[in-house]
Design a protein around this ligand. Structure first.
Ligand code: TEU
Ligand code: CA
Length: 557
């Protein structure tokens, strides 16, 4: 074996979106004691690491991704004592906790920004990115990721500040060494507390093109900032400094959310030489269905075809081999539910296709991430009116495209949301079939998916054929079989339009994996001539030379 061993290569990560996980006090909002109470459930699932979406002090313009104090806990989530108790209990159970690190931007209510906006000569002025306007408008045409201009005019000084996300998320100026000192001190403070790593929010965006040029206009309104803020001129320098000053001093894991990352860039961020991060999240496979409506960008929807999806994942598997480590995911708090998007959430196919997708991802090379509810095969929501969604991205897009520019009807926009909106992932975790899915005794902050009466953790834990038990087995298999962690990846059946097949090779072992992407039987010769038993499959019996609808099968030879 030529791959260097590491605990974070062997681990399975479970992402918690605290606001929607479990409410302990009936205010309708998930919280830290709610997480602590469900740690045994996660232990039972078998995961190794919990990634917590942000729990820091925040006015919640973007559900905690707008932080006003990095060393304090959000009021609604509890106290620092609650956090310490959760961390201690997790560690007792052998579970690690990875924090979300959101340092591309802070809340406009952060003390640094409150100072920064006061005057041009304030000591905190250069903590953020301030520019003079141009021709009576913003410094350039960039559109914020949440619609509207990426620049906000601030009355106190008559200058604009940059916000790649909401106007309450002001971008930090990483060129200022004081900003880097502050961030690294804060990270050290959390590491000294005993946390086990960081998931770094939009970390590929911390270094901007100093020319701040206009971006390409795609929807006729604003320009795309992508090429000028992603993988910027100093990003690797800053991450190497972070690594030297903080990361390398602790036994922690790091994963960078790398918006706009290419494979070549990923090789630098996550290189095996360990100078920057352990791995990054790329977006290519979850953007595969966004291209069909270029005007509305991500709001397009179309069931993703296997071929382009497979080409993307295979390319990442092959090209990172021996050079950099990868991450594996289909779901997170920014994505619609994988079973609805890539599988089939109709009652007769939901469980089978959720297991197929789990197999496809968990047998690949890289560190797998499970998003809360994915292990239950939780599905997308149906958004019927403006009252049903909460996400600032959806609220602003609806305003811009439906109400202000009349580019799309309300019905059409709601259909787009029901397919791809982030709120699909943010409906409350479905614990049981009691009122509000056992998530809260109060009124949930966002509507519960009505299918909780059948899709819930209690039912899944009691059913040996559930998606939950299948995930439990996928996770156990990874822990028991080094080939799943360290084996090299080789694609198979590249001509097939319907079957995703590959093999993994380690020493004299060979793992064969095949997944049927469709609801029809499909030819699949990869198991012909082997009589080895299944390592795992979502069907008990097989048909020679083919895969049944949504069948997934793994054999170790
Ligand atoms: O997301 C960054 C990001 O670019 C997306 O995945 C984002 O959801 C998408 O652009 C919207 O179309 C991260 C966080 O994961 C997300 O929840 C935050 O809203 C965002 O950064 C800002 O902190
Ligand atoms: Ca609560």
């Amino acid at each position: 074996m030529n791959e260097k061993k590491a605990w974070w290569k062997e681990a399975v990560i479970y992402q918690i979106y605290p606001r929607s996980f479990a409410d302990s006090n009936g205010d309708g909002i998930g919280d830290i004691p709610g997480i602590t109470a469900h740690l045994p459930y996660l232990k039972d699932l078998g995961i190794d690491v919990i990634w917590l979406s942000p729990v820091y002090k925040s006015p919640n313009d973007d559900n905690g991704y707008d932080i006003s104090d990095y060393r304090d806990i959000m009021d609604e989530f509890g106290t620092m004592a609650d956090f310490d108790e959760m961390l201690a209990k997790a560690h007792q159970l052998g579970l690690k906790i990875v924090m979300d690190l959101v340092v591309n931007h802070t809340s406009d209510e952060h003390a640094w920004f409150v100072e920064s906006r006061k005057s041009k000569d304030n000591p905190y002025r250069d903590y953020y990115i301030w520019k003079e306007g141009k021709n009576g408008g913003a410094p350039n045409n960039w559109q914020s990721a949440f619609s509207g201009s990426a620049w906000e005019l601030d009355d106190a000084t008559g200058m604009y500040y940059l916000h790649c996300f909401s106007k309450k998320q002001a971008d930090l100026n990483w060129e200022n060494p004081k900003v880097r000192d502050e961030v690294f001190d804060m990270m050290t403070w959390w590491c000294d507390k005993g946390i086990d790593g960081f998931r770094m929010d939009v970390i590929s965006m911390i270094s901007k093109d100093p020319a701040y040029p206009d971006g390409e206009v795609k929807d006729g309104i604003y320009g795309d900032f992508g090429p000028y803020v992603c993988n910027g001129p100093h990003v690797h320098e800053y991450l190497q400094e972070m690594n030297r000053r903080v990361l390398s001093r602790y036994d922690i894991m790091t994963v960078g959310e790398a918006v706009g990352v290419t494979i070549d860039e990923a090789k630098k961020y996550a290189s095996n030489d360990g100078k920057e991060l352990n791995m990054v999240f790329h977006f290519e496979h979850v953007d595969v269905d966004a291209t069909s409506t270029p005007v509305l960008g991500k709001w397009g929807y179309e069931h993703p075809h296997l071929r382009p999806f497979r080409e993307i994942l295979n390319k990442w598997q092959l090209e990172l081999e021996g050079i950099a480590w990868g991450s594996l995911y289909l779901d997170n708090h920014d994505q619609p539910r994988a079973v609805s998007r890539f599988g089939n959430d109709a009652p007769e196919w939901r469980v089978l296709s959720a297991k197929m997708l789990g197999t496809l991802i968990h047998m690949m090379k890289g560190t797998p991430y499970v998003y809360q509810g994915e292990e239950l095969g939780m599905t997308n929501m149906v958004f019927r009116s403006k009252e049903d969604f909460r996400d600032i991205e959806e609220i602003n897009a609806y305003r811009q495209y439906v109400e202000e520019h009349h580019m799309i009807s309300s019905e059409e926009m709601l259909r787009c949301f029901s397919a791809v909106a982030r709120d699909n992932a943010r409906t409350p975790m479905q614990w049981d079939d009691s009122e509000n899915a056992g998530f809260t005794t109060g009124t949930p902050w966002i509507p519960v998916n009505p299918n909780y009466t059948t899709i819930n953790a209690k039912a899944a834990v009691n059913d040996p054929d559930s998606v939950f038990h299948y995930y439990q087995k996928l996770i156990r298999l990874r822990h028991e079989n080094p080939i799943i962690v360290y084996g090299t990846f080789r694609p198979l059946l590249l001509e097939s339009e319907t079957v995703y097949a590959y093999e993994r090779i380690l020493d004299d072992q060979r793992l064969i994996v095949a997944c049927n992407w469709t609801d029809q039987p499909q030819p699949c010769p990869v198991f012909d001539g082997t009589d080895a038993p299944d390592l795992i499959s979502n069907y008990e019996t097989h048909v020679a030379g083919q895969l049944q609808p949504y069948e997934a099968r793994v054999v170790l030879v």
